[in-house]
Design a protein. Structure first.
Lengths: 221, 98
């Protein structure tokens, strides 16, 4: 018994009562996905914790080989990208199409800068023979075997994080297209909102990776 | 539109400032040899930063109770995984000394 003729927004899917409910469902769905991501990265942090508890000295010495300056710059770059992402969502809520586009482009540029700096670090690790495998070499020699475990974890964890960044850049390209063609409005901004949730999550993973990988050996000489 | 909440941009800039300050702090603290406190300090700062991102950038502060339950649930299950596994690994040597 319709009390009034419902004004249907073109973005409203038929199985939702209204856009509000649709947005809540989208947010909840993204959070449920992020729970699986927390446990996915959580498993890696668990492996890190076990090995670090066993070989804490070797881990500290190996960590000392990482470039703290580049790591710190990258942390700042990623936090700034989270700010521009939050501002993109804010602009989307207010239906400011131009600002959404500007902040999405800024977020993508910072994300690309992060990956660029990361690749410089990877390159250094290759030239220093710190990539696990047959050509791995580490001084002092007595730490070499356990240092290789540290660098294995370093590459797996930062590599999977970087993969998430690449996927994030893909999502942002998609959102940029939607913002550009006018799909994103003040009534329908949940795609930007949930993309932002993903982006911020990847930032949080780095917030933990940075001190646990780069800083544990800083006081070792 | 009851749950819709447009956060003023100054909140985002403030959070950004605190996150940057915490990054600086964590890098500076790591220089000093504090023993086990190094890791604890690094983790306390990281958890604080992550909490700010979740509450403000990810809008959980303004979200429904269901979202809160899901977010806290992920942390809880992560805690179970870490605590139970470490209680095993860290106590394996006890037998040999007993």
């Amino acid at each position: 018994m319709p009390e009034a003729v419902h004004h249907h927004h073109p973005a409203l899917a038929h199985h939702f009562d209204d856009l509000e409910q649709q947005k809540e469902a989208a947010t909840l769905g993204m959070w449920v996905f992020l729970v699986t991501e927390v446990l996915f990265f959580g498993g890696l942090f668990l492996v890190y914790t076990v090995y670090r508890a066993w070989y804490s000295e070797a881990f500290a010495v190996a960590s000392h080989e990482l470039d703290v300056t580049l790591g710190t710059i990258n942390t700042a770059v990623l936090i700034t990208s989270s700010l521009t992402m939050a501002l993109a969502v804010h602009a989307a809520q207010l239906g400011q199409r131009r600002l959404v586009i500007i902040f999405l482009v800024a977020t993508m540029a910072l994300g690309a800068a992060f990956l660029g700096i990361k690749s410089i670090e990877y390159y250094h690790k290759f030239t220093e023979h710190h990539v696990p495998g047959p050509s791995f070499a580490f001084e002092p020699h007595e730490y070499a075997r356990h240092a290789q475990i540290f660098f294995s974890l370093y590459f797996i964890m930062t590599g999977l994080h970087a993969l998430h960044m690449v996927i994030g850049l893909g999502i942002m390209t998609w959102m940029l297209w939607w913002a550009w063609r006018g799909t994103i409005t003040a009534e329908y901004y949940s795609p930007i909102e949930v993309s932002g949730l993903y982006w911020h999550f990847v930032d949080i993973v780095w917030i933990f990776l940075f001190p646990l990988l780069y800083l544990i050996g800083r006081h070792v000489h | 539109m009851s749950t819709e909440h447009v956060v003023p941009t100054r909140v985002y800039y403030t959070i950004f400032g605190i996150l940057m300050l915490c990054t600086y702090l964590t890098v500076q603290i790591a220089v000093f040899d504090l023993g086990a406190l190094n890791t604890i300090a690094a983790l306390v700062i990281a958890v604080f930063k992550a909490t700010l991102v979740v509450l403000f950038f990810m809008h959980v502060k303004y979200s429904t109770r269901l979202t809160w339950a899901v977010v806290l649930g992920s942390v809880f299950w992560l805690g179970i995984m870490l605590a139970l596994t470490m209680s095993d690994y860290l106590t394996r040597a006890w037998m040999t000394f007993g």
